[in-house]
Each structure stands twice: as structure tokens, then as C-alpha cells.
Ligand binder design. Structure first.
Ligand code: FMN
Length: 164
């Protein structure tokens, strides 16, 4: 029999703080409007065909553009890119273009902004977007890929940035 505990959101977050996540910036663009969001809730689904997922808060109306555009890129950060991670998490309240101005961006396949010196870039077309609780689980087929130079990764653990 399932012995269900009552899980408070704060307790859930305290437990998740023990989970080291690789910091990435999910980006998209539609009709000249760009958007980027710092995320740790992203992972590989399959290598054949290359498929990944990212979870985006759908309480934030600014995230609607991802599904509307039908494409996104996942830019995997190096330890040298903490400033970008903070800006795209909303710290400093920079406007969108000021956030993008902190890095060098290009495009690969879909037109979503891709970070030139990211550790890796996964450029995706959206296969499916499923609302679950507060978030939209967005699944993408990788249609463009870039592997960056090897080096230390930017992780988030115990509510702080770490280098590994
Ligand atoms: C380390 C870290 C990880 C985050 N992971 C996610 C995530 O996986 N999904 C998400 O929707 N928001 C995540 N956020 C929050 C968003 O980055 C933040 O709400 C958003 O960028 C604020 O956007 P706005 O100011 O452009 O509306 C994370 C924030 C930080 C600092």
C-alpha cells in the first residue's frame, strides 16, 4: 500500500537543493523577439534520434513564446558563464536585449539563439509540450548540434553556483 506523505513545496525545494543540476540557458525566437531562461530542469531523453526535454514554468506568461515558436535551443554553460546564468534568471532585472548582450550568439538550424562559446548546444524543434503541475514539459528533437571545448561545467547545488 502507498504510504503517502504530505510533501510541502518548501521541503521539496530543500531536498532538490541537494541535487546538483547542470546550468543551461533555454532560448527561443519568434518574429524577431528573443527569449532566454536559465534552467536546470533539462535532460536527455534519447540519443536516437537525439531528443531532450526542458521544464519551463508556465505561470510565467513570458515563457509562452517557446511553444508559440515551436523551437528552442538548450545552451549548456561552462563555469565561466555564471554572469549569463544570473542575468537569464532575472537577477539585475536587465531587459531582454541587455541579457543577450552579455554573450555572443548565433543560430544553427532553428533560428533559436545559440551561445557561441557554450559547452554544448542542442538546437531543437518541439515535438510535444505537456503541462504538468506548474510547468510545461517541452520535448524537442535535436536538429542542430554544437560541441564546445572541454572544460569545467557550471552546476547549481545548495542554492549556489559551483564549478566541476
Ligand atoms: C539555477 C536556476 C535554475 C532554474 N531552473 C529553472 C527551470 O528549470 N525552469 C524554469 O522555468 N525556471 C527555472 N529557473 C527560473 C528562471 O530562470 C527565472 O524564473 C526566469 O528566467 C525569470 O524570467 P523573467 O525575469 O525573464 O521573467 C531557474 C533559476 C535558477 C537561478
Amino acid at each position: 500500500m502507498l504510504k503517502r506523505q504530505i510533501i510541502e513545496p518548501n521541503d521539496y525545494r530543500d531536498a532538490m537543493a541537494r541535487y546538483a543540476g547542470h546550468v543551461q540557458i533555454a532560448t527561443t525566437a519568434l518574429d524577431g523577439v528573443r527569449r532566454g531562461v536559465t534552467v536546470t530542469a533539462a535532460c536527455s531523453v534519447s540519443d536516437n534520434p537525439g531528443t531532450i526535454l526542458v521544464c519551463l514554468n508556465h505561470a510565467n506568461p513570458n515563457n509562452r513564446i517557446f511553444v508559440d515558436a515551436g523551437v528552442f535551443a538548450l545552451n549548456t554553460l561552462t563555469h565561466a558563464q555564471e554572469e549569463l546564468a544570473s542575468a537569464f534568471a532575472g537577477f539585475g532585472n536587465l531587459d531582454v536585449e541587455a541579457r543577450f548582450a552579455l554573450g555572443e550568439w548565433d543560430t544553427i538550424s532553428t533560428g533559436a539563439p545559440t551561445l557561441s562559446d557554450a559547452a554544448a548546444v542542442f538546437d531543437c524543434r518541439i515535438l510535444e509540450a505537456k503541462p504538468v503541475a506548474t510547468h510545461m514539459v517541452v520535448i524537442g528533437e535535436v536538429v542542430g548540434l554544437r560541441v564546445g571545448a572541454p572544460g569545467p561545467a557550471l552546476l547549481y547545488l545548495d542554492r549556489g553556483y559551483r564549478s566541476l
